[in-house]
Design a protein around this ligand. Structure first.
Ligand code: REX
Length: 406
């Protein structure tokens, strides 16, 4: 296995050798030095160690990129492709999964800024008769408080056969909502947080109804193009990932079975809930812009940051997650888990330090948990042994049941 050990701005011991332009003030800092934002300096060695342990837990490859006030840290470990053994690279494209939900929420909040949408209006005002309860509002949907059952619980009850059954399928949004409505709702409108892809399928329907365009057109015109996200794509139902990408490997539920190469799929089961393809650079740019106030008005960003508690360390806003780390720092972004790819993409309160970390494996709770350490390295700096031991990772805190198994 090719292993890449990558340091700040310099790729060492791997297949690639690249130097990044780093500003003059970016000379190595003391581990506990504080940046302008008051955050401890990122722990580049810690980040590499987390990626090594992610690979040790079974991911073929893992990589991460931190953008911190213009300074770039990159790290990569392991391979992008089990056939060719090509080393994974921080510029590789990948499937971002539910990170897509933030993009969908941004489009809707922009429509709210344009007075085309009211967050507290019933979904049925815009999509008459879609939902069986007129009390379900747009805000309930974007904060996972609608009570709409997550149809993917059943679809992926068995990971490999469930995936193979849908990987080449094309669903209408309506069909996905119908799958959800076959099951009882999980709670009364607004009463509780219950993570469900159905909510962001409804978000996609709202985008298309209110704009008259596909979600692809809206992502491109409102986000990808203005932010110059040249590595970001919405190609549904095309199964290919454009450009250079890491392949993705789905871990079987059967112990000892070979992982399934899940790279090519329509992503139709997710669409506006999870079908965007992007890169670490682009996700960092996106979340920095969002928290930096460049994508919505301050008022709509404040709506996005009205939090519903999920558990002791996480809360959900509107298509946005907040996680509080062991050092007390809170970060804002989303996680993603689709077949073959785990993503963590988070930024600081002011958007000036962002991390994206990706593993090309899924359905492996040990990999998912190990990857959470990238947030600690990126935002909490060098950890003492005692503090590292105190890191709380609440498994499956905010993901559909059985998204990842041992
Ligand atoms: C799909 C199954 C999980 C993954 C899912 N993904 O709902 C959405 C997402 C789009 O990214 N959500 C994540 C499969 C959790 C998030 O919000 O962070 N698991 C796998 C199974 C389990 O098949 N039986 O791990 O590849």
């Amino acid at each position: 296995m090719v292993s890449g050990t990558v340091g700040k701005g310099l790729v060492l011991g791997a297949v690639t050798l690249s130097l990044l332009t780093v500003p003059a003030q970016a000379a190595p800092r003391e581990a506990h030095a504080r940046t302008e934002a008051g955050l401890p300096a990122p722990d580049a060695a810690g980040l590499r160690a987390v990626l090594r342990s992610t690979v040790a837990k079974g991911a073929p490859g893992a990589m991460a990129r931190i953008d911190d006030h213009g300074t770039v840290y990159k790290a990569a470990q392991g391979i992008a492709d089990r056939d060719t053994q090509r080393a994974i690279n921080t510029t590789d494209h990948f499937r971002v999964g539910s990170v897509t939900k933030t993009f969908s929420a941004v489009v809707l909040l922009q429509l709210a800024d344009e007075h085309k949408l009211t967050l507290d209006a019933p979904v049925n005002r815009y999509l008459p008769g879609l939902l069986p309860d007129d009390r379900i509002t747009v805000r309930h949907v974007l904060s996972h408080r609608s009570g709409l059952y997550d149809y993917t619980n059943d679809m992926f009850a068995r990971s490999v056969s469930g995936f193979e059954a849908v990987r080449n399928k094309v669903f209408t949004y309506r069909r996905l909502v119908d799958l959800s409505l076959k099951k009882p709702r999980t709670n009364a409108p607004g009463a509780a947080y219950s993570y469900s892809n159905t909510n962001f399928v409804v978000a996609g329907m709202l985008i298309e109804k209110l704009t008259g365009h596909s979600v692809r057109t809206e992502y491109e015109n409102r986000i990808f193009k203005p932010l110059k996200l040249r590595d970001s794509f919405y190609v549904h139902p095309d199964t290919q990932i454009p450009g250079r990408y890491t392949r993705g490997y789905l871990t079987s539920d059967t112990a000892g079975a070979a992982p399934v190469d899940a790279t090519e799929q329509t992503m139709s089961w997710a669409q506006s809930a999870g079908a965007i393809i992007s890169s670490a650079h682009d996700l960092n740019t996106f979340y920095s812009a969002l928290l930096g106030g460049k994508l919505t008005s301050a008022a709509q960003l404040a709506e996005m940051e009205r939090w519903t508690k999920v558990n002791s360390t996480t809360a959900y806003g509107l298509g946005l997650r907040r996680r509080t780390l062991s050092c007390g720092v809170s970060v804002y972004g989303h996680t993603g888990a689709v077949q073959g790819y785990y993503t963590y993409a988070f930024t600081s309160k002011d958007g000036r330090r962002s991390l994206t970390a990706v593993a090309n494996a899924s359905n492996n709770a040990d990999v998912l948990t190990a990857m959470a350490g990238t947030l600690e390295s990126a935002f909490c700096g060098k950890q003492t042994k005692a503090r590292r031991g105190a890191v709380v990772v609440e498994r499956h805190e905010d993901i559909a049941p059985a998204v990842a198994r041992h």
